[in-house]
Design a protein around this ligand. Sequence first.
Ligand code: FMN
Ligand code: SF4
Length: 374
Amino acid sequence: MIYSEPKEIGKVLIKNRFVRSATYMRMAKEDGDISNELLEMYKTLAKGGVGLIITGYAYVQKSGIPFPGQLGADRDSSIPSLKKIAKTIHNNGDGCKVFLQLAHCGRQSYFVDEIVAPSAVLEPITNRMPREMTIEEIEETVNAFAEASRRAMEANFHGVQLHSAHGYLLSEFLSPHTNRRTDKYGGNMNNRVRILEEIYKKTTKLVGRDFPISIKMNADDFLEGGLKLDESKKIAEIFSKIGYASIEVSGGMWEVLMRNKKDLGWQPAMIPESRLNINTREKEAYHRTYAKEIKKLIDKPLILVGGIKSLDIIEELLTRGITDFVSLSRPLIRDPDLPNKWLKGTGENTCKCISCNGCVGAAMTGPVHCTQEK
Ligand SMILES: Cc1cc2nc3c(=O)[nH]c(=O)nc-3n(C[C@H](O)[C@H](O)[C@H](O)COP(=O)(O)O)c2cc1C
Ligand code: SF4
């Protein structure tokens, strides 16, 4: 079975094809440091058999914090805290690897006084107008991502993933809807990609070429005037050529909930990247058609995320070459031991998560947990 076979991301060997998709757990301390609760969660996850854990998003600058309880990677004093995560996973994961996800939340930052973004485009969910970043601020953000990757390397992570999906800052640069700049960082596609080229260059200067710098991106913003597959597949091709070690394919941004909720059947207060009610085989792996197109153009491993729940569908996606890895968030909140069960042949074909997003709701007030668990 391909799902049990190892495969490399860059020079890092992942023991099987199951990835824990980045999942914010609202468990870090107020200052962005690790808590015992978060360490316990990573310990359980590592023991559950997954090949690669991508941590929940860690902020690279204080100006880009979306919610409380998020990990910080914005200062050298966070390295000892980050080291504890890597050590816990090394000690408990039987070869499980760990990448730190790095983010700036741009116009979807919540708990900051002033919101910055590529352009001043109102964010309708928070109803706040961001301020357009200056060139100097963009350069500071490029440095902040590079320095945060260096910290991840010093903290013994196996790699990093840049969060360039779901309407956060880097995805806002890629999207023609949120990037209306007329300077070298906006306008045509090459200009919108520039910040990610600069981050990659700057980061490799600090961490070398053997430390995988990966990326998660939107194949489609699902928004009129937003990023669509015709461009996203070219952008993925550019990322692959630049050297990004793997590309995780996702979609959506918060604004979708206001604009498109009727036709897509989503409800308010839900996050569009985590779709509700994935209760038929047809609804599973809801970004698969995008992955198929993107896979043809890239020569780095593709990671597919979004509503992947059944082992036979996973094997089919891998066998047909639609993806190299499958990424799971809610199924592993529901049951962190799921990869072990599937690998040992003791689990049911379809996982128990019912895509109700109770866990997303839980994050509004406290630590993320499955609200369906007894
Ligand atoms: C509680 C929760 C927190 C999430 N936090 C993050 C995050 O920190 N970074 C990220 O890229 N995606 C985040 N996501 C999105 C997931 O990684 C994933 O893309 C999405 O949930 C679809 O996958 P699934 O159907 O396996 O849940 C989060 C999802 C949930 C449910
Ligand atoms: S609350 Fe539990 S069952 Fe519902 S989506 Fe979250 S993990 Fe799945």
